[in-house]
Design a protein around this ligand. Sequence first.
Ligand code: ADP
Ligand code: MG
Length: 491
Amino acid sequence: MDKIDFEKYSNSIPKPEIGQGNNIGEQEIDVDDIWKIVTENLRLVLDRVEYKSWFEDTYLEQIQNGVATLSCSNEFKRSTILKDYNKFLQSCLTKATGQNLQVEIVIKKNEVDKPKERYTFAPPTDNPIMNLFTKMEGDKKKYEDSIKSARLNPRYTFKSFIVGPNNRLAEAVAQSVVSDIENESLTKSYNPVFYYGSTGVGKTHLMQAIGNEALRKNPDRKVVYVSIEQFLNEMIEAIRTKKNEDFRTKYREVDLLIIDDIQFVEAYPKTQEELFHTFNTLYQANKQIILASDRPPKEIKNITDRLRTRFEGGMVSDIQPPDYETRLAILKQSMLDKGVTVPDIFLDLIAKNIESSVRELEGALNKVLTLTKLGEVPSYEEVARILQVDIESKRKRATPEKVLNVVSEVFDISIRFIKSSRRNANIAIVRHVAMYILRNELQISLETTARLVGRKDHTTVLNACSVVEKRLKEDSSFAEKVEKCRRDIFY
Ligand code: ADP
Ligand code: MG
């Protein structure tokens, strides 16, 4: 992690907007307002992933006797924040409160989510932290119960859902669904929402995040999450036990109905009629419906036109597999959740090679974790092997253009200069690296190698290789850069 120039930034922190005359310790100042100012400043300075990693579920609990007490979810976060961000946090807090404060951090385990209520400063005689815990315990219990009966997995939250170009629209739709539900809007912005995308791209996660968030905001809402298979099973059971009415009531009197893997409706024609009526009842009552499928509505076979028309009648939004940056961010988030670390080069290897699904990405991370848990740091080749990255075939696919592009990027010298006749030492050495890799790793002939970097004489290639070999032994930061080139070219 790059260290931040705290001095530089602390001067640029804007003053708090809370009214003049307020004083720490008085009832009217809200710790959440202070924390809001602090986090605004953190966001200005830290990049998005960094902020999300360390501060997104960190809160200011109280300020008392010159100590600002923060809470976060695990020891790893706590020690990192204290180690890397303490000074910056202190200066943000000073700007926000006008006081010099020490930072302390407590860990709050298993807190599913922060309740919406805002907490105010209590007079010193009270025991604010105890009150806070009691209140939160009560809210938490209610929320947990409602999640359980909705059959939602509390792990699937917006917080743990990484947004990238692949799912940006889908996530924005999800957020607006949540606010429609929260505000009990008279017309829903998107109803139904129909998400589709290949397996493991996050459909279930995102839909459940909507359910979880709706309940977090109001645990009294009626939310039901169900797969189409469960829906069918319950329907059959209801017919068998003559409890059709109960079944209908259950699904037709909800605020939010989430149905997963709706593509299987094609295999269960019996559900279609029931689904259609459930759908109409909810729709007419202005209740929200969210569906997910592995394909768009028009590719679902064997369904009646009227059902297909319903599926298509609101917002149809796809979720694509994540790109490299998003994959890396997901891996980092996943490490945080687990409280573990994996060296960056392995994360990079996973993110580069596991492309199609987030589920596989998580599986790959687990495999690497198992290796690293055995004690010794595994070698790059070992990790590549367990990930079944076929190094040989990648090697064969590497092209001279790729070599030049990568070398140019890693050393920050344009290809034009590499191919030019310039003899400046900093350009010449990069040209030498390009020749070294072309010759040794791609086994390209001396003549062709020379030609690729704009040289005529193939003895320059031999000379370049020996210069690079010598420097690799002497200069570790140079060796690291060359190694990075190799990795970027071959993995
Ligand atoms: P789908 O329903 O599309 O098959 P899931 O929602 O079950 O996929 O996602 C598979 C796994 O990947 C889950 O563990 C989920 O938490 C994780 N996941 C998917 N997308 C993301 C994301 N954008 N950010 C974080 N985790 C994700
Ligand atoms: Mg799913």
